[in-house]
Structures are given as C-alpha cells and as structure tokens.
Design a protein around this ligand. Structure first.
Ligand code: DSN
Length: 447
C-alpha cells in the first residue's frame, strides 16, 4: 500500500518540473535522473522521489549526516562505477585503469594536502572498514586496545564485543570523568600504565568537546603504544583548522568522508609514517577489501577539492557557531547539555532536567512526526538501555549546509522544545510540522 502511494505520488508529477506532490524542486540533473529511472522503473523512482521530498522538507539534526553538493552527489552516480581496479595507481590487477589511476591519485593528493600529511588511502568503503585495516596493520589478534566504550561516546569498531574489534582483540575501557563528563587524561594514563596496551584509540561518535591529541600521544609513548585517532565526526573541522589536527601526534588517522567533511559516504586512512603507510595499503587491499569503489573515489576527490576552498573554512566555523546557538537555546529551555556545552558540531542533550519521564526514544519518535530528525543517544552513565536512553545527540552540519545560521538555530531549539514539552501531542506535532516545512522552504536543499 505504501509502495503504491509512493508510485502515485511519483506518477502524478512526472511531467512537471518538480518531483513530488510537495513541489520539491530538484536540481536539473537529479530531475533528469529521476525521469530516466522513472521511465524504466517507476516503483524505484517513486521511492527515491519520496526520499528527496523527505530530505527537503525536514530538519536533519543527526550529527553524523550531511547534505553533499550536487557535484559530489552526481559523481557518485557516474560511469566510474563500471570498473574493477584492485591494487593501487600504477599497480593494478586489471587493464583499462589509466583514468582510475588519475582519479585515485587526485583524491590521494588532495587528502594529503587537506590534512597536511604524507600518506592517504582513499579506498576504504566506510569508516569501520578503515578501522579494520588500521587494527590489522598495527596489531596481532589478542593484542590490547585501550578505548572509550560506545556507551560513553565511542564507536562500535573501537571494541564493542560483537564487532570485529571486540571479537579479535583484548579491549580495555577508559571512561569520561563522571562529574565533568570530559576526558580525564590523568585517569587514562593510569589505566594505560596498568594494562600496557599495544594501541590507544581517541576520536569519538558522541563527544562534544575538543580532543587533546598531544596529551594522548604522550600517554601512548609512555607505554610504547600506537595512537589511532578516528576523526570520523570532526574531519571537516580538522581539515579547516576549526578543531586541532591529530597530526603530528597520531600514528594513524582514520575517518569517514561523509560527516562534517561533506563528501560521499566512505572511509579514508591517513598517516605520516612511511612504514605504517605501507601496512595500511596492504591491509586495505588485499587485507580486507577487494575492488575499490571508483565512482566514490572520484566523489571523494571532488569533495576534498571543495574542502580545500576558503568557503569550507567559513562553513566549518558556522557549524560550530550554530551548535553553540542551538545548545544555548536548549539550555535556556531547561535541558542539560552533557559536559556543559559544545566545542564542535554536536551536543548531547540530557532530557531529564526538563522532564524526568522523557526518554530519547519517545523524543526521537515525536520529533520525526514533526519533521525534525534526530537520534536518541545514551548520556554518560545513562540508567536507561540503548534503545530507550535519556538523551538526544544533535548536530548542525546538515542544517549549516542548507545555509541556516544562529537565528534559525534558536528557532529550531524552540521547535524541539515545543514538541518535547507537549509530550508529542498530535496537534502540536502537526503545527510544528508546518513550521518546519516553512523553515525548510526558505533554505532549499537541491539547487
Ligand atoms: N553511525 C555513525 C554515527 O552516527 O556517529 C558512526 O558510525
């Protein structure tokens, strides 16, 4: 039934210059693309049109998501997808790779320039894949890794039991200071001296504050461990100098390319150490992946080119200003910001002070019905389970990409509070949904 409704939505608008019943205007190439797909597969096109409409008419506050440029978006849908190119530029296992060598070199060179380091591997399909290669290159199965657990803001590929990291390695946790909710470097050093890890991981999925990479390296050096910085969340801020760089401190840096960096969905490994660089190349291919996604590598090259422009620094600065404005607005409305605020693109909101019965799961559901997309997130020492939680993680990269600034962030804070303050009351959610549509219409997504 839902598929049928989507089909009707799509068919009703196929001949117009818009894609959906909501009159969401697509950029010309996307419009042609949808027309082309629709002519061959109306069912798939209908679903794709519905998703375009969802993105254009809702407020995206998931801290790990972003809206890419139309250039990056369309590079991903190009003929570069047709090629197998196992190996690396100049050393491939297939013929016909001349231009794939060129595009991969372009991506690698731009990544090195962007992060000011000597080595880049642009082939990892994702951040988790980049981490698999880093673990394989630097460790033996059973080695000890010291990391922040997912419940405190870490990532599943940093040691969660069912993940490869927790399955094949001995994971020891460090944690945040329970009072300040900040990294406690002295406590981390103490645990490192006790457990003598082979690798220490810094870089997180839900930590709103600056990371002291230098201090982490000092700790790693004391126990002769590798330091891995997973900068997936903050890569764009690092690239533009808005967050300190993990170089020259980390032995290896892994990241995704699609969060604050605003590139295609994918991974990246960086290093300044020639020996580690060789290991990383071997552990990506043939160690853990086969054919690279050359259409994604082309889009990475383009995204890195965008991030090298001065406008990207302005964009990154605005992400942080917007996060502060949103955090201030929520704080004034009675919510508690974990660690007291934010230095980067995200914040963790403790819902309890506003309403002790309010859960992250309910808030996420109610907000979605009002057109505000967030994810529930455990707060440090959350008494509720991960599928319920007492908090939300909010981020500003996507709204900043649409051109929104501090005044809109204050409006967004008030919309969030309207929905949560009314415990998701249907009439309130419907009213906020209209306000969200109006706000989104002022900042068109596809152009
Ligand atoms: N799922 C990503 C995030 O939301 O942070 C991490 O992989």
């Amino acid at each position: 039934m839902i598929a049928m409704m989507r089909l009707i939505t799509y068919n009703a608008t196929m001949t117009s210059t818009t894609a959906t019943k909501e009159s969401v205007t697509l950029d010309p190439l996307s419009r042609d693309l949808l027309g082309l797909i629709g002519a061959h597969d109306a069912e798939a096109a209908g679903i794709m049109a519905a998703e375009a409409e969802r993105q254009a008419t809702t407020l995206e506050l998931i801290a790990s998501e972003n809206h890419v440029s139309t250039t990056v978006m369309h590079a991903m849908g190009s003929w570069l997808t047709n090629k197998y190119a196992e190996g690396y530029p100049g050393k491939r296992y297939y013929g016909g790779c001349e231009f794939h060598d060129q595009i991969e070199d372009l991506a690698r060179d731009r990544a090195k320039k962007l992060f000011n380091c000597g080595f880049a591997n642009v082939q990892p399909h994702s951040g988790a894949n980049a981490n698999i290669a880093a673990f394989m290159g630097l460790l033996k199965p059973g080695d000890t890794v010291l990391s922040l657990p997912i419940k405190s803001g870490g990532h599943l590929s940093h040691g969660l039991k069912p993940n490869f990291s927790g399955t094949f390695f001995n994971i020891v946790d460090y944690d945040l200071d329970p009072k300040t909710e900040l990294l406690d470097y002295d406590a981390i050093e103490k645990i490192a001296l006790e457990c003598k890890p082979q690798m220490i991981i810094c870089g997180y999925s839900a930590y709103p504050r600056e990371i002291d990479f230098k201090r982490f390296r000092e700790i790693a050096d004391k126990v002769d461990a590798y330091l891995m910085a997973d900068i997936a969340h903050i890569a764009g801020l690092v690239a533009s100098g808005v967050h300190p760089s993990p170089f020259p401190h980390a032995h290896v840096v892994t990241t995704t390319t699609h969060k604050t960096l605003r590139g295609p969905r994918g991974g990246l490994i960086l290093s300044d150490d020639e020996e580690i660089a060789k290991k990383m190349d071997r552990k990506v291919f043939p160690g853990s992946q086969g054919g690279p996604l050359m259409h994604i590598i082309a889009a990475k090259a383009i995204a890195f080119g965008e991030a090298l422009k001065p406008e990207f620094k302005t964009y990154s600065e605005q992400i942080v200003k917007n996060a502060r404005a949103l955090a201030d607005g929520l704080n004034e409305a009675g919510y508690r910001l974990c660690s007291g605020g934010t230095d980067n693109h995200l914040m963790l909101v403790d819902l309890q002070p506003r309403d002790k019965d309010l859960t992250g799961a309910d808030a996420e559901k109610w907000l979605e019905s009002a057109g505000i997309i967030v994810n529930k997130n455990g707060i440090p020492n959350d008494p509720r389970p991960p599928m319920v939680t007492s908090g939300l993680r909010l981020g500003t990269p996507a709204l900043t990409s649409r051109g929104m600034q501090e005044s809109e962030m204050r409006e967004v804070a008030s919309l969030l509070d309207k929905v949560m303050g009314a415990s998701g009351d249907t009439a309130t959610c419907e009213q906020v949904r209209e306000e969200v549509r109006t706000l989104c219409a002022k900042f068109p997504l596809f152009h």
